[in-house]
Design a protein. Structure first.
Length: 320
């Protein structure tokens, strides 16, 4: 053995003997001995991220305007790949498709409330009460953000009455919220869809838009083909708008699946995430429900507080 290695071995042996002698003396004298604890070095930011990261944990970018369009009562397999909906399917191919997206309940109204309050609230489509639970409008007002609900066939600006076919109130959840019902100025943000293109063309769109086709154009009473044509005619201009191409976000989704499909409460439905900031041709395998879209739209406007189940809902950052 080389001399320097032998010398090092002797030093280590000597130190060990000294330590053993010290411990023995301390214990004999009744002096408490402090245990030597070996700790792992603190995790670096990179190592922490590698342990805790998930697709939804990625940061949500900021958007100038966010939009959601809600269609009705068809399953994922009815919609994705269906030749009757070429426009929506082309958007799903170009942008982000949530392949494991599930509605929360049956029938419709509870899903609309989940999108806007993070709670089902009720499963009674004839409900005419006022909802005082925390909600998207309250978060928007608190955060200084503008909003509108664009409901096709709504009888008048600020209308909070019952159904006037083909408009149905239970597809217009913001009309139930106490923050809206009890404020004349906020009620004025409930507008007929005819105002949407005017606001688009005049650069007057709010930061948050909830878009409700009527029963003939949302695939509830009309065909999927009619719903697809409506999207192309009315949402196509939005996607071509220069402001949207800069920093817009649009989610097109179905409120619930077929009544026979009760997976995760409301069944498997299609949800498409469209934005110039979104990954192209992306398909998510993460399970999402309507509370995640509620969170996404608010978080995309820079808000940090979310209502109900949206607080802990999986974030949809993987799409960006």
């Amino acid at each position: 053995m080389p001399y320097f290695l032998l010398d090092r071995a002797r030093v280590c042996l000597l130190l060990s003997l000294v330590l053993v002698a010290h411990l023995g003396f301390s214990q004999a004298a009744g002096v408490p001995v402090q245990k030597l604890v070996l700790q792992s070095p603190p995790a670096t930011a990179a190592s922490s991220e590698s342990v805790h990261s998930s697709p939804g944990a990625k940061a949500i970018p900021l958007f100038g305007h966010v939009f959601v369009v809600v269609e009705e009562n068809h399953s994922y397999s009815n919609v994705i790949g269906n030749r009757a909906m070429p426009y929506l399917n082309e958007l799903a191919k170009q942008y982000g498709l949530a392949t494991e997206y599930y509605a929360n309940t049956h029938p419709s109204i509870g899903n609309y409330f989940m999108m806007t309050t993070g709670q089902i609230i009720t499963n009674d489509d004839s409900f005419m009460g006022t909802v005082s639970a925390d909600n998207a409008v309250r978060r928007l007002i608190t955060g200084g953000k503008t909003w509108k609900s664009y409901a096709e066939s709504l009888p008048d600006v600020g209308y909070i009455g019952g159904d006037v076919y083909p408009y149905v109130r239970h597809h217009n959840p913001l009309s139930y919220l106490s923050d809206v019902v009890h404020s004349r100025s906020e009620r004025n943000n409930l507008v007929p869809f005819t105002q949407f293109l005017d606001d688009l063309n005049n650069n007057h769109l709010p930061q948050y838009s909830f878009i409700v086709p009527n029963m003939l154009n949302d695939a509830h009473d009309g065909s999927l083909g009619a719903a697809d044509n409506w999207l192309k005619k009315n949402i196509g201009p939005l996607l071509g708008d220069s402001a949207f191409r800069k920093d817009g976000l649009l989610v097109i989704l179905f409120d619930e699946s077929l009544a026979s499909d009760r997976q995760h409460g409301g069944g498997h439905v299609a949800a498409v995430v469209i934005s110039p900031k979104a990954k192209r041709s992306y398909q998510s395998r993460t399970l999402y429900q309507h509370q995640s879209v509620c969170r996404l739209l608010l978080e995309g406007l820079g808000l940090k507080e979310f209502p109900g189940a949206a607080k802990k809902a999986p974030a949809m950052g993987e799409f960006f």
